[in-house]
Write a protein that binds this ligand. Structure first.
Ligand code: SAH
Length: 292
């Protein structure tokens, strides 16, 4: 921020006999005078004011969001980075999408903490660090071609919830199809994404579908990336069928050995072969069939 002077404007230096003569000649004022640069600044109060206005415009950014939300969002991004999230595109998506627009008013002050939050109907918006880790895994898919600006390609999300993750994915995908089985949440996500579109230039290209995500979404298949925000006992066959060669699926799944949910990664190699690996333990809401 620009230094606006403040109490330091009152000089406590010994009086300068030469400078105290009155009246001063014109060439003794301003830059003609061999005074410290701070004194020069004091003679030109418009300079710090202009700098402050420049700072304000830079911080307000084109979204037109409030000063505070931009600051706290950037702090969240810094924390994610410090905790090991390295992909610059994923970090940029977190910096861009206003998470506070996706949570209830009463929870807005927690919107930029690394915590999951209730979004109604017993569901939760996932922790930013977990969402970031999952999206970064998708971005590292083996079949990623030259179009690194849209590393997620054609993306399917199962479990729209409030729509926050869908908005992040949209920043990195050619198109996102997001499915939700609870009608009220599907409508809520629609409302939230409309609010984001009003604030962010370049609206997120998300197609919201009300339906059972366990069936995937055949009309737009195959998908380069598939991400599930709810965990089941086993991977639905439809997801595997709809995964493109070179594509990657990331989903929380029961590890089958009583250890609970683990993050499961499935790659479809270019020859069609599927390869499954799993990373750390996670805790997601259950994947359920049917719609409500
Ligand atoms: N990504 C979401 C997190 C939502 S929580 C967000 O950013 O808010 C998981 C969501 O998955 C819940 O809304 C739940 O209703 C939904 N879900 C569970 N099973 C599903 C299924 N079979 N099809 C579609 N959505 C499902």
């Amino acid at each position: 921020m620009a230094d606006l002077g403040g109490p330091a404007a009152v000089s406590n230096k010994a009086p300068d006999r030469k400078a105290s003569r009155f009246p001063l000649r014109l060439d003794q004022m301003g830059s003609g005078r061999p005074a410290a640069s701070r004194d020069n600044l004091l003679l030109r109060p418009q300079a710090p004011l202009q700098a402050a206005e420049r700072d304000r415009k830079a911080i307000m950014a084109p979204q037109g969001l409030g000063l505070d939300s931009v600051h706290v969002r950037m702090r969240m991004v810094d924390r994610l980075k410090a905790d090991g999230l390295q992909n610059p595109r994923v970090l940029a998506a977190f910096a861009r999408v206003p998470r506070h627009l996706f949570v209830d008013t009463a929870l807005v002050n927690q919107a930029y903490e690394d915590t999951s939050l209730p979004i109604g109907l017993g569901q939760t918006i996932s922790k930013p660090s977990v969402v970031g880790a999952m999206i970064a895994l998708l971005c590292a898919r083996p079949g990623l071609g030259a179009d690194a600006t849209r590393p997620l390609g054609m993306c399917l999300e199962i479990g729209t919830g409030c729509g926050y993750q869908a908005a992040l994915l949209a920043d990195l995908a050619r198109q996102v199809i997001s499915i939700e089985r609870l009608r009220d949440l599907h409508l809520k996500a629609r409302h939230n994404l409309d609010a984001v579109r009003r604030q962010l230039p370049g609206s997120p290209d998300v197609r919201l579908v009300y339906g059972d995500g366990m069936l995937g979404h055949a009309p737009s298949a195959p998908y380069d990336t598939i991400i599930a925000a709810a965990g089941g006992r086993s991977l639905p066959q439809a997801w595997l069928d709809q995964l493109a060669p070179g594509g990657r699926l990331v989903a929380p799944m029961d590890d089958g050995r009583g250890l609970g949910q683990v993050l499961t990664v499935v790659d479809r190699h270019l020859d069609g072969r599927l390869q499954q690996t799993s990373s750390g333990a996670v805790l997601f809401v259950p994947l359920k069939s049917g719609i409500t």
